[in-house]
Design a protein around this ligand. Structure first.
Ligand code: FAD
Ligand code: DLZ
Ligand code: SF4
Length: 518
């Protein structure tokens, strides 16, 4: 029999290890739209449409290049509904001598995959996903014996390993990290050049109809579907970023402007995670822009750090810390996710705008996820599992390997500080400084307590107060307790009462938003 090569929805590259080295006349590529994957959480409608459309386009690309593709659509009559079920059908149909597959990106799917050798009567080869720059054994070795895993040190190793922005064995420009130059608040009227929008073609339109029909009760809008769905479109999106936006990417990386949904961000995460773009290629292009004098070092270093630093690092961290990362709750957060995360109905202008963008675009940029949506969940003490589900559902770029470390470890400190040196807790002052949200808000960022005070202000002190035992020992945060103690008990009680009063107004989300009830 032939070689059977299953290609999962986030492995859409002709350079993927499972295809490399196969012969076209001796290989059947299997791609499967399955109900289990589309519903293990109730993904944003755009996320499902994006993945199915990109899969269908990739199957066409493979066929045009002469490959044989067995493509199972969601509505095919005999669709078994799961990867393992569909593989069983394909084994029956094609009697392969070998199943050759690249390891799944997520724990859930990898558990299934590891059963395949026992389930099927042929050899099964599970290959490393070499789109990532750091193989897992290398990460595990780096992590071994360290109690705190800090991205910065890992990142330097990756710079040396890839040679990106290196000047011999020194970092380009003398510093490894130019983050201090990447914190400019938005100036009045800050807006970015419009990025290319990709009109849905016939394949995408069909998929959109399928999603409207079969996933009607999932979160999110399909009205504005503009994602790149092919390698060509993704390359166009990257071209536009390197031509028009990378220059300001660095300085305004942490800025937020109401209604300006992507500012100078690359908007390439969906294409990267699907496999339409290669991370190392993008970094080389960024470096070239710097070498050609088209982009400043702080922008280029910042972009490269997000990719060979953060992106590689969270993936290594995920596999290093699973499965307990999924259940970690070191701060013992017990409050259910507020309903407004789904409905957007809140008087807090910053949260309302981030949720609106999330609903309309299946996207919010990093600082919105971290310092608005994430910061609120941290301060309000939302159950990690609820927050994880939300982030996994709502973003078109969300896969558990990248979502979970960012949510559990980065924003919620639920791992007790293995990843982050301190919780990213901030009051309204930070959001006011880095955005124009507060001008249009019912609350005042400068009012500390009582009616009309920005809820982030009392929540911040409520959080610090309730976790004093743990955080006081932290060198990077302990100092703030001197401020707290100086306030005196009347002021302190004022803060705590204001926070409690606000927390009492939160309506927890009903069940059924993130997970199916049946
Ligand atoms: P840019 O700002 O242009 O950054 C360039 C690239 O760097 C991104 O495309 C991405 O691949 C990478 N990157 C940047 N920050 C991170 C990071 N913290 N972790 C991993 N990669 C990073 N990113 C996802 O791809 N999927 C997720 O599910 C996801 N969940 C997140 C949840 C939270 C709570 C937070 C704080 C961040 C999350 N991120 C996630 C990281 C980041 O917010 C997105 O990658 C980014 O907003 C995507 O937009 P962009 O392509 O314009 O990014
Ligand atoms: C996210 C997703 C969805 C919604 N649907 C599918 C699908 O039907 N078929 C598929 O191959 N992949 C899908 N995916 C992406 C997978 O969940 C992704 O490949 C996992 O990360 C594998 O670990
Ligand atoms: Fe957000 Fe507070 Fe500013 Fe309102 S005042 S936009 S709630 S930070």
């Amino acid at each position: 029999g032939p070689v059977l090569v299953p290609i999962l929805g986030d492995q859409l590259s002709r350079q993927i290890a499972s295809i490399r080295g196969c012969a076209k006349d001796d290989t059947i590529i299997l791609m499967m739209e399955v109900w289990d994957e589309a519903t293990y959480v109730k993904h944003h409608k755009q996320k499902i449409a994006l993945i199915f459309s990109a899969m269908r386009h990739f199957a066409d690309e493979l066929r045009e290049a002469g490959w044989t593709v067995d493509y199972v659509k969601l509505d095919d009559k005999d669709n078994a509904g799961s990867f393992t079920g569909e593989l069983a059908r394909a084994v029956e149909d094609h009697a392969p001598r070998l199943i050759r597959v690249v390891e799944a990106g997520e724990w859930r799917v990898r558990q299934d995959m590891e059963q395949w050798p026992d389930k099927f009567p042929c050899d099964v080869q599970i290959l490393r996903d070499d789109r990532f720059i750091c193989p897992q054994p290398e990460f595990d070795e780096w992590a071994e014996g360290r109690t705190e895993l800090r991205m910065e040190f890992f990142y330097r190793e990756m710079r040396r390993k890839t040679g990106l922005l290196m000047d011999g064995n020194k970092p380009e420009g003398g510093e490894w990290n130019y983050d201090s130059e990447n914190r400019q608040p938005p100036k009045e009227g800050l807006a970015a050049p419009e990025r290319p929008k990709f009109e849905p073609d016939q394949i995408t339109q069909q998929v959109i109809e399928l999603v409207e029909d079969r996933f009607r009760d999932h979160f999110g809008s399909l009205e504005k579907f503009e994602w790149p769905v092919t390698r060509e479109e993704a390359e166009d999106a990257a071209d536009a970023f390197f031509a028009e936006r990378i220059e300001c990417f660095g300085p305004y990386q942490d800025a937020m402007v109401a209604g300006e949904d992507d500012l100078f961000h690359s908007m390439l995460s969906t294409s990267l995670n699907l496999g339409l773009l290669n991370p190392l290629d993008l970094c080389h292009r960024a470096e070239q822009a710097y070498r050609d004098g088209k982009a400043p070092l702080n922008s280029v270093e910042g972009f490269i750090r997000q990719i060979i630093g953060w992106r590689e690092y969270v993936r290594g961290f995920y596999w290093n810390q699973m499965p307990h990362l999924q259940t970690a709750n070191e701060l013992n957060a017990q409050r259910g996710l507020p309903e407004f995360y789904w409905t957007g109905e809140t008087d807090m202008a910053c949260l309302a705008d981030c949720i609106r963008s999330t609903r309309d675009n299946a996207h919010a940029h990093h600082i919105q996820r971290l310092m608005v949506l994430g910061n609120f969940a941290l301060l309000a003490g939302i159950i990690p599992r609820d927050v994880q589900d939300w982030f996994l559902v709502v973003y078109a770029d969300a896969y558990e390997w990248v979502e979970l470390p960012n949510v559990s470890a980065m924003i919620l400190y639920a791992d007790g500080g293995k990843l982050a040196s301190k919780p990213y807790a901030a009051s309204g002052n930070y959001i006011n400084k880095m955005s124009n949200y507060c001008a249009g808000c019912a609350y005042s960022p400068t009012k500390k307590t009582g009616d009309g005070a920005c809820p982030f202000n009392p929540l911040y002190w409520h959080f610090m107060h309730r976790h004093r035992d743990r955080l006081e020992k932290n060198r990077r945060i302990g100092r703030i307790y001197a401020n707290w103690d100086r306030m005196g008990s009347e002021k302190q009680q004022d803060y705590l009462r204001s926070a409690d009063r606000f927390l009492d107004t939160l309506t927890p989300a009903g069940s059924g938003w993130a997970r199916r009830e049946d």
